[in-house]
Design a protein around this ligand. Structure first.
Ligand code: ADP
Length: 215
């Protein structure tokens, strides 16, 4: 299935490249630009697919070792949320961070950073213009709880338990750039830390992705 997924963008790249090199100069400028833009999109899609496949297979084969560090959560989360500032402005989505300034936890900041960015990126994907995204962290028993909440489409009940499975995408909501591996990656990283990830309905609509990590 993954090989099949990789063939489609590769075909787009190779066809567009053939057209552009054979008769690019004869094409109307708008059409040439469209071919170039579509080629870039196909390259992005292949890159995302390959990155996701490599990350998941590396974790599953045990080749990934965690580098634990003591992390101040407010700075950590602010940094990852600020990464999406341009997207927030463009889509007029209001982003909020809610984290006590003195809260810290011990985890691999590079891997957990990718987890948080995956969740925020999904929140942007499924939240319409003018919506809201809230990233929060709090102490919870002997651990720490993270949440990424959006005011988007939410996840139908019948699919909620499947979204963390490999290659699963909610029908009619398929992101053509992904392969249903983003949340699998998140789950594997969180479980490698001895934690748990799940999703709840957000009050007022949307999804609330939650992570619990031991401290
Ligand atoms: P992909 O890597 O293809 O984006 P993911 O593993 O990240 O897939 O997500 C699996 C499915 O879960 C997506 O197809 C989407 O339907 C659903 N999903 C993930 N995040 C959200 C969200 N914040 N709101 C609504 N649906 C979501």
């Amino acid at each position: 299935m993954m090989v099949h997924d990789l063939r489609a963008p590769l075909t787009v790249i190779s066809t567009n490249f053939k057209i552009l090199s054979a008769r690019g100069d004869d094409l109307p400028p708008e059409m040439r630009q469209r071919f170039v833009a579509n080629t870039h999109l196909a390259i992005d899609r292949m890159t995302t697919l390959l990155d996701d496949m490599l990350a998941v297979s590396k974790i599953e084969s045990g080749a990934l070792s965690l580098r634990f560090e003591n992390i101040s959560l407010a700075d950590f989360l602010r940094g990852h949320l600020e990464f999406f500032e341009g997207q927030a402005q463009e889509s007029e989505i209001h982003c909020v961070l809610d984290c006590p300034p003195d809260l810290s936890a011990r985890f691999d900041p590079s891997l957990m950073g990718r987890v948080i960015e995956n969740l925020i990126s999904n929140a942007f994907k499924y939240t319409p213009k003018g919506g809201a995204i809230k990233v929060a962290a709090s102490a919870d028993g002997r651990g720490v709880r993270f949440s990424v909440r959006d005011s988007g489409s939410g996840i139908p009940d019948e699919y909620r338990q499947h979204i963390f499975e490999r290659y699963f995408q909610v029908p009619d909501q398929v992101d053509r750039k992904g392969a249903g591996l983003g949340l699998t990656f998140c789950r594997l990283v969180v479980e490698a830390h001895g934690g748990r990830i799940w999703v709840e309905d957000a009050a007022g609509g949307g999804s609330n992705f939650m992570i619990w990590l031991p401290r």
